[in-house]
Design a protein around this ligand. Structure first.
Ligand SMILES: [Zn+2]
Length: 198
């Protein structure tokens, strides 16, 4: 909202203004690191063409720098208009499952650092067993997930077994807010003007 923009503008000015007498407090409702990284994962999921499931993943190093982002989709160079997107069919070859790359795989493969050793993966859904294998072999140390809605499937059970044996910490992210709105028009609100006329 416009009010939020006013406040962020204040804090930027205050930080560089010596004559500040302490009337305006810095923003308190800024995004904390975990919610920022989970939000990046959710934003990248919006790139997915999968009609039934949009999942994003964001890999972060120990300096809180993002080193990989991915979302679920068909492999590079494979025409996603020619491959099936169905969840069920008489023939499994007519479902998406044998073809689609999960967000975790893409985030690891898209890494822009030499490796992802000791990094943390933020991902919307608890990883399946195939992604657990990738997470382990890539040397990640922690998985932060939001939903565990497939908890009782064999894939997730196998995944928990592997991640636990490999001593990869898994924790569920409990968001403080249910949504984060990106409002492109907010940048044009009159925060600066209000501040200058204080
Ligand atoms: Zn997976």
């Amino acid at each position: 909202s416009c009010r939020d923009v006013n406040r962020s503008t204040h804090s930027q000015l205050n930080a560089s203004t010596e004559s500040y007498h302490g009337k305006t407090k810095k923003r308190e409702d800024y995004l904390e690191w975990p919610e920022y990284f989970m939000a990046v994962a959710f934003l990248s999921a919006q790139r997915s063409k999968d009609p039934s499931s949009q999942v994003g993943a964001c890999i972060v190093n120990q300096e809180n720098k993002i080193v990989g982002i991915g979302y679920n989709g068909m492999p590079n160079g494979c025409n996603d208009d020619l491959l099936p997107w169905s969840r069920s069919a008489d023939d499994r070859l007519d479902t998406k499952y044998p073809y689609v790359c999960h967000a975790e795989l893409n985030a690891i493969m898209n890494k822009n650092s030499a490796d992802v050793k000791d990094c943390t993966m933020y991902v919307a859904l608890f990883p399946c067993n195939e992604c657990a294998k990738l997470i382990i072999q890539a040397g990640l140390k922690e998985v932060v997930y939001l939903s565990d809605k497939y908890h009782d499937t064999p894939e997730m059970t196998a995944s928990r077994r592997l991640l636990s044996m490999a001593k990869i910490e898994c924790r569920q992210f409990k968001p403080k807010r249910t949504e984060i709105v990106i409002d492109f028009s907010s940048i044009n609100c009159s925060g600066m003007l209000n501040c200058a006329t204080k």
